[in-house]
Design a protein around this ligand. Structure first.
Ligand SMILES: C[S@@+](CC[C@H](N)C(=O)[O-])C[C@H]1O[C@@H](n2cnc3c(N)ncnc32)[C@H](O)[C@@H]1O
Length: 180
């Protein structure tokens, strides 16, 4: 009998360790490939939505993407503001959770989450790009966006600015860029 409990205890401990390793790897690895998981506040999201609406002059049907979409809150806000909304997220747990949130919000068909590495994504079809990155990816991302975005496309950076690209506007720590 004690043997059974011992084996059950071992299996349980092993599964727990495995789950912990998977969790640490999925949430830890994005720190090296992009930015660690952190969320934009409601205040910040409302502010960015107001900026985007102003810059795009309320045009409907534009395609927008949140690079590193986390729990999907910005993708959802974009869809609620009449954008065809996409989120690119490398973390499978966050991508899965975002999809559940989108379904619960009744936004299926208006908001889409792609479980993808943003460095392998093509941004050429997006009119609006939002990102909450981190300082050490901004130079590489600037290069990628400038080479892929169509003229007129808008980029909104939350908190971290690009090193070379000059913004067309700034509101607090939100930077607005336009591709030429
Ligand atoms: C600072 S969070 C921003 C979350 C969300 N955009 C927001 O503002 O609430 C950055 C997100 O980027 C994701 N990420 C990091 N590296 C990535 C990569 N290479 N491709 C796609 N997503 C990535 C992280 O998993 C994390 O969820």
């Amino acid at each position: 009998m004690t043997d059974i409990f011992f084996y059950l205890y071992m299996i349980f401990s092993l599964l727990l360790c495995l789950a912990l390793i998977i969790f640490i790897v999925t949430f830890g690895a994005p720190m090296f490939t992009g930015a660690p998981f952190a969320v934009s506040s409601r205040f910040k999201i409302d502010k960015m939505m107001a900026i985007i609406k102003k810059v795009t002059m309320g045009r409907k049907g534009l395609t927008a993407v949140d690079l590193g979409s986390g729990d999907g809150r910005i993708t959802i806000a974009l869809a609620k503001n009449d954008f065809i909304a996409h989120g690119i997220e490398v973390n499978p747990f966050l991508a899965w959770y975002s999809k559940i949130k989108i379904k619960a919000a009744g936004l299926k068909g208006k908001a889409f989450i792609h479980r993808e590495n943003l460095w392998k994504s093509d941004f050429s079809n997006y009119n609006v790009v939002i990102l909450f990155g981190v300082f050490y990816i901004m130079a590489k991302l600037e290069k990628k966006l400038l080479s892929e975005l169509k003229p007129g496309s808008i980029v909104i950076c939350n908190h971290f600015a690009f090193p070379i690209w000059k913004p067309i506007g700034q509101e607090g720590d939100v930077y607005i860029y336009q591709a030429k």
